[in-house]
Design a protein around this ligand. Sequence first.
Ligand SMILES: Cc1ncc(COP(=O)(O)O)c(C=O)c1O
Length: 336
Amino acid sequence: MICDSLPRTRLADLPTPLEEAPRLSDALGGPRIFIKRDDRSGLCFGGNKPRIFEYVFGDALQQGCDVMITPAGVQSNHLREVTAAANKLGVKSVIILCGGTGQEEPQGNLLLFHLLGAEIRYFDKDLHAYDDPELWAYIDSVKAEYEARGHKPYIVHFSLRSGLLGSAAHVTAAEELAAQFAEAGIEPDYLYVPSGSGVTASGYVLGFKHLGLRTRVMGICVLWPAEQVARDVERHANEVAEELGLATRVGPEDFSVTDKYISPGYGVMTPEVNEAIRLWATREGILLDPSYNGKTMAGIIDQIRSGALTREHTVVLVHTGGVPALFAQNRALIGE
Ligand SMILES: Cc1ncc(COP(=O)(O)O)c(C=O)c1O
């Protein structure tokens, strides 16, 4: 395995299945469609995070850390899974809810933070203020508080070592997928990856290139502009390559990223996302989340309808999880 030199703690149910979706293909009159079921990767409702946290917690435990401190949004899948992983390994999880006030309806992921027993702190400022000095000052103050009590905290954030480790986790996922492609006798044209920070996509880009696969990674941005995500995909991939001593390097020609489907904003329900979710649910019995996979599938449908994807193509959607967020969008989903 490419990433064997990195410390790793087993948390996920792997390999996740690669399934074909023939009834969905028929309904769309489009390409062969496969889905990589990382929504079934284990922990608490699966997703891309159980893979990532195998390496992040591997690193934290090797350093003797016993408190994980993590900032993110009120409906964050990341915070749900970091807490589930911490619980499984017997370490503490302190989550910082950016943009949270404590007044939100306890639904979706927020409900699960409570049930999982996370220590919740509120940082009442912009949801995505991740490079905000005030947020980092707050994180440092929480860290200092735990250090003063004799603990060794670890900060989980993709701008820190967690980004490199998350990317490495998806190099391992790329190896897993390459073996499944070989077994299924396919070499898909495109792998669609919902992209926030670009960490997940970056691992697939590096992994496929290193293994010599011609499947092109298509990052569908859900939050940040394509230029920024493309830069970050390249940076994360090359940081991992360097750390592992691989000769392979990644450039902009090796993958695609589009922000065409971000509008009207992160996590905002649209008729296109609603249609994408209902198509998977009614044709294949699979639920997508609204913020990441629903949006990515809306992009795939647009590319089929515009003729960019045809019956000759084979595509894979990486289902990166996030399904609990559906319940926080109940009214929008039924059109109220
Ligand atoms: C369900 C889901 N899919 C995709 C992503 C995006 O992953 P990345 O930040 O690695 O691009 C996230 C990130 O939070 C997520 O929660």
